[in-house]
Design a protein around this ligand. Structure first.
Ligand code: F6P
Length: 317
C-alpha cells in the first residue's frame, strides 16, 4: 500500500478536520503518500484530488466543519457514478481509501470496495451517534455540549417569562442527542423516537410540575425523522392547556458546527491513526471505532445495520 486517499462525506461533524489531520500525519509517518478528495464522493467522481502533506493539515485540529468539504452525492448512488469514481481512483493509483462519515457514507463505501477491490476503512463521523461498533461517533460530544449551552440560554427566558419551551434537537432517527442534552440541560421530559410518550402523558408530567409550584419548563424533543415536528406537538399541548405560554426553538444546524471538544479531538486523532494502521494491516470494509476505550474494527454492514439502542440507564436518569 503506497497511496492512500481520504474524504469526508454526508453531514459535516466537529472533529472531521482533526480526523483528516490524523490520517495524513499517520500516513506520512508510515511513509505513504496521502491524497485528499474534495467534496466527498462528488469529488471522487470528478477526480478532485489534492496531495496532502503534514504542512497541509496545519492548524485544522481545532476547527469545525471539514476543509475537504462534504456532499451528499446522488450520482454516486448509481453504478455509473461509481464507475467514474473507480476510474479516477485507478488513474491516481490509489490503493487504500479512508472515508469519514455516517451510514450513507458507509453504504456507498461497501459498494465501492466491492466494485473496485480497493480496501476502504471508515471513520464514524456524525453528530447522531447512531452507528454500532463504536461507543461514540465524531461530533456527538461537541454537538451535545452545544445543545446543553443553548438550553442554558433558553432557560433564562423560560424562567423570566414563566414559559414552557420545547427545544428540538437533531439526530435523524436516533434519540441519542436528545437523551444526553436532556440530562445536561435539566429537561422536565425528553421525547425520543425509541420511547413512546403520548401528549397526554407529557401534559400529566407538566401538570405535576405545576402543582409543585414549577413556573417554567423545558422539554427536549428529538427530531425523530421529521424535523419541525415539534411545532405540531406544541400546538397540541397549547390546545389542551391554553393557559401555558408555549414556545418552540428548533436548534437545527447550529448543532453541527463549532470547534470540536477535547473529547472529539482525541477520538478523531485515535481513529485517524487506527484507520491508517488498519489499512496497512490489510483490513478492509470495516469502520474503526472505540469501544470500552480500545480500538475496534467493525464491518460496515454491522455498523450500519445493527440498531444502536438508546442508553437505557441514561434515559432512566
Ligand atoms: O446526520 C446528521 C444530521 O445533522 C442529522 O441529525 C439531520 O437529520 C441531518 O443530518 C440534516 O441533514 P442536512 O444538513 O442535509 O439537512
Amino acid at each position: 500500500m503506497k497511496r492512500i486517499a481520504v474524504l469526508t462525506s454526508g453531514g459535516d461533524a466537529p472533529g472531521m478536520n482533526a480526523a483528516i489531520r490524523a490520517v495524513v500525519r499517520a500516513g506520512v509517518y508510515y511513509e505513504k503518500e496521502v491524497f485528499g478528495v474534495y467534496e466527498g464522493y462528488e469529488g471522487l467522481i470528478a477526480g478532485n484530488f489534492v496531495k496532502l502533506k503534514v504542512r497541509s493539515v496545519n492548524n485544522i485540529l481545532h476547527r469545525g466543519g471539514t476543509f475537504l468539504k462534504s456532499a451528499r452525492s446522488e450520482e454516486f448512488r448509481t453504478p455509473e457514478g461509481r464507475k467514474k469514481a473507480i476510474k479516477q481512483l485507478k488513474k491516481k493509483e490509489i490503493d487504500g481509501l479512508v472515508v469519514v462519515g455516517g451510514d450513507g457514507t458507509f453504504t456507498g463505501a461497501m459498494k465501492l470496495s466491492e466494485e473496485s477491490g480497493i480496501p476502504i476503512i471508515g471513520i464514524p463521523g456524525t453528530i447522531d451517534n447512531d452507528l454500532a461498533g463504536t461507543d461514540y461517533t465524531l461530533g456527538f460530544d461537541t454537538a451535545t455540549n452545544t445543545v446543553a449551552h443553548a438550553i442554558d440560554q433558553i432557560r433564562d427566558t423560560a424562567l423570566s417569562h414563566n414559559r414552557l419551551f420545547f427545544i428540538e434537537v437533531m439526530g435523524r432517527n436516533s434519540g441519542a442527542i436528545a437523551v444526553r442534552s436532556g440530562i445536561a440541560g435539566g429537561a422536565v421530559a425528553t421525547l425520543i423516537p425509541e420511547k413512546d410518550m403520548s401528549t397526554e402523558a407529557l401534559i400529566k408530567k407538566l401538570d405535576k410540575g405545576g402543582k409543585r409550584g414549577k413556573t417554567s419548563s423545558l422539554v427536549v424533543v428529538a427530531e425523530a425523522g421529521s424535523p419541525g415536528r415539534t411545532y405540531t406537538l406544541a400546538d397540541d399541548v397549547k390546545k389542551s392547556r391554553p393557559e401555558f405560554d408555549v414556545k418552540v426553538t428548533v436548534l437545527g444546524h447550529l448543532q453541527r458546527g463549532g470547534s470540536p471538544s477535547c473529547f472529539d479531538r482525541v477520538l478523531a486523532s485515535r481513529l485517524g491513526v487506527a484507520a491508517i494502521e488498519g489499512l496497512i494491516d490489510g483490513k478492509k470494509d470495516v469502520m474503526a471505532g472505540i469501544e470500552n476505550d480500545a480500538v475496534t474494527y467493525t464491518t460496515f454492514k454491522h455498523a450500519i445495520e445493527t440498531p444502536k439502542p438508546v442508553e437505557e440507564e441514561a434515559f432512566r436518569v
